[in-house]
Design a protein around this ligand. Structure first.
Ligand code: DAS
Length: 349
């Protein structure tokens, strides 16, 4: 081979290599957005209206195209799972979402998933996904407190940060996360703490996992998961057992518990006062339910704290779980066919 031919082959090979590495560095991580509705997709009559709007009025394509900067951080695909206020999210939607995400995260081209959601029950969906998605890849649940039509709507920036987070390798192995208002919280602990304020999602005792600074996610600690975090496989589940939450207060009729069971509840969570407390009459009803094999988990209406273990007859202390998270966990445990002691171990250990 002549020298000039060899030089030509080498030049062609170099060009090919450099164009391949250019392509590789240009390829953004794959992120799938699952939209379910909520205020982030909400439309109001005027740009000053921040209440009284229609949640779940805008489709996922419009949400994404309203934030062109998303294309700079990820290669996005999207799916409209529902388009509703989050009070309407039910077990059928949760199961569909969990199955879709589990499947999608197996794809090597997908680095993470984002779920857009109404904020009112966002923590329930985030917690459900945290217990049922089996992957080290990031899942980020995002919402907004102001409708998309409002001045200073928070949704577009929240969505951009959620996609950035789902595309970031720093977000791996941290469980499902909640992203709003530049703050990254663990779905396991985070709860909605304020009916209307932008900085509503918090875990008062456990704090945040990290935050967004200058458009980048910054984590406060190495990846870590909560103590005693359970995991459930819902791939073959089509329904989940009914679990009701009953709120404790003074002068309460004690028959509300048996009424819930008569209406099909397979487990009960009590939003008790203080450390899961109820009146003596309700305590008697709890003992009867426990004796019949119906688990009664005693959580707290205080919004914070750890509900300690109870004697076997008196119910199950909810531990770190607030009533709405305890309901999800109890329903998943019942769906798994777990016995009373196994169920107790999720909460009290
Ligand atoms: N409309 C409510 C919901 O869908 C509130 C919200 O999204 O912020 O949960």
């Amino acid at each position: 081979m002549q020298l000039s031919t060899i030089a030509g082959v080498i030049t062609a090979a170099c060009l090919l290599l450099s164009s391949q590495s250019l392509l590789a560095s240009d390829t953004k991580p794959g992120v799938t957005i699952y939209a379910t509705g909520g205020t982030i997709a909400g439309k109001a009559e005027s740009d000053t209206a921040t209440t009284g709007y229609k949640a779940g009025a805008i489709g996922v394509q419009d949400l994404v195209s309203a934030v062109p900067a998303i294309a700079n951080v990820a290669t996005v695909q999207s799916e409209q799972i529902a388009n509703t206020a989050s009070g309407n999210i039910n077990q059928a939607i949760l199961l569909k979402l969990s199955k879709a995400i589990n499947q999608q995260l197996k794809n090597p081209d997908t680095h993470g998933a984002v779920v857009t959601h109404g904020t009112d029950t966002l923590e329930e969906t985030a917690f459900f996904l945290d217990l049922t998605v089996k992957s080290d890849k990031p899942v980020v649940v995002v919402g907004a407190m102001r409708p998309a039509t409002a001045i200073s709507a928070d949704g577009p920036m929240n969505l951009l940060e959620a996609v950035t987070l789902a595309a970031s390798p720093r977000a791996d192995k941290r469980g499902v996360m909640v992203l709003l208002n530049d703050r990254i919280g663990s779905a396991f602990y985070t709860t909605k703490t304020n009916a209307t304020a932008l900085d509503t999602f918090k875990a008062n005792e456990q704090g945040y996992l990290g935050a967004f600074y200058a458009g980048k996610p910054y984590f406060f600690y190495q990846p870590a998961l909560p103590e005693n975090k359970p995991s459930f496989d819902v791939s073959d589940k089509t329904t989940l057992p009914k679990v009701d939450i009953l709120y404790s207060y003074q002068d309460q009729d004690s028959d509300f518990l048996s009424t819930a069971i008569e209406h099909g509840a397979k487990g009960i969570v009590i939003a008790g006062s203080g450390n899961g407390a109820t009146s003596s009459g309700v305590k008697e009803e709890i003992r009867k339910a426990m004796a019949k094999g119906i688990p009664v988990v005693l959580s707290t209406r205080t919004g914070n704290g750890y509900v300690t273990a109870k004697t076997k007859e008196d119910g199950i202390g909810s531990g770190v779980y607030n009533p709405q998270k305890a309901r999800i966990l109890l329903s998943l445990a019942l769906a798994d066919g777990d016995n009373m002691e196994k169920i107790r171990s999720y909460f009290e250990e």
